[in-house]
Each structure stands twice: as C-alpha cells, then as structure tokens.
Design a binder for this molecule. Structure first.
Ligand SMILES: [Zn+2]
Length: 142
C-alpha cells in the first residue's frame, strides 16, 4: 500500500501538483558514518560519504590495507630516511659494510677492472680526505 502511495505522490510531485517535501538538511549532505549533516563530505567510489569529523578515523581504519603499496610508492622516503634513520648505528654499519663488500667482490669476480678501480679510488679518497691519514700511516710504519 505504501509503495502505491509513494508512486502516486511522486507522480503528483513530478506534475507540480504537490510541492516536494522540504529538505530537512537544507542542502547539506549526510555523513554515512555518523548521520550528521555537513556542507563538505568526502564521497568515496563505493558511495560512502564521510564528514570531516569522521574522516580521520575512517581512513585510519582502512590504512593497513594500503601500507605495502604506500611504501612501494614512497621507497626513497621509507628506506633511505624513515627506516634507515631509525636503525641503530651498528646495524647501519653492518648493512652498509655487507653491501659494499658484496658489490666490490662481485666486481672482482666479474673481472670488472674499471668498476673495481672506482671502489679502490673511493677508498683512497676517503683516506686522503681525512686529516689524520699521515699520523695513521706513520704510526703503522712504526
Ligand atoms: Zn561523520
């Protein structure tokens, strides 16, 4: 019965015979989560409309699904800054030394003389740039 009445009412409204019901929210949209009305809602693909008050908590509840992809899309910021800066110094040293020695060894095994020379030059530059290299060598020579 209600369906028939609704259809009849809608038809009358369409013909301008009955004014449409007043919008109780004055043109404001309604948040799908809290039911509150808001002039600005974020509407997602699935049709969910979320107000500013609910947005943070809603996005936080969804965030775990996207963590891996977020890291993939922000690799330099994650690996070089966030992760690296939060590692203890000893772990950073172990990782860097392991990778450095591995690369140097791969070049040697491959017979890549130019690549290996770059590593050797880098090592010599490191020592020659240091202020204490003369004292160090003198001390080693006895
Ligand atoms: Zn809300």
């Amino acid at each position: 019965m209600a369906l028939i009445y609704d259809a009849w009412t809608a038809a009358q409204e369409d013909r301008g015979l009955i004014p449409p019901p007043e919008d109780p929210f004055n043109g404001l949209e309604v948040c799908s989560l809290c039911g509150g009305s808001s002039p600005e809602l974020t509407v997602f693909r699935d049709g969910l409309a979320v107000c500013e008050d609910c947005l943070h908590d809603y996005l936080r509840a969804q965030a775990d699904r996207f963590t891996t992809q977020y890291i993939d899309d922000n690799q330099a910021r994650f690996y070089l800054t966030f992760w690296w800066d939060n590692l203890p110094q000893q772990e950073r040293l172990a990782i860097a030394k392991r990778e450095y020695c591995k690369q140097r060894q791969l070049l040697a095994q491959a017979g890549d003389v130019a690549g290996l020379k770059d590593y050797l030059d880098c090592e010599q530059d490191f020592m020659m740039d240091a202020e204490d290299w003369m004292d160090y060598v003198k001390d080693k020579l006895g």
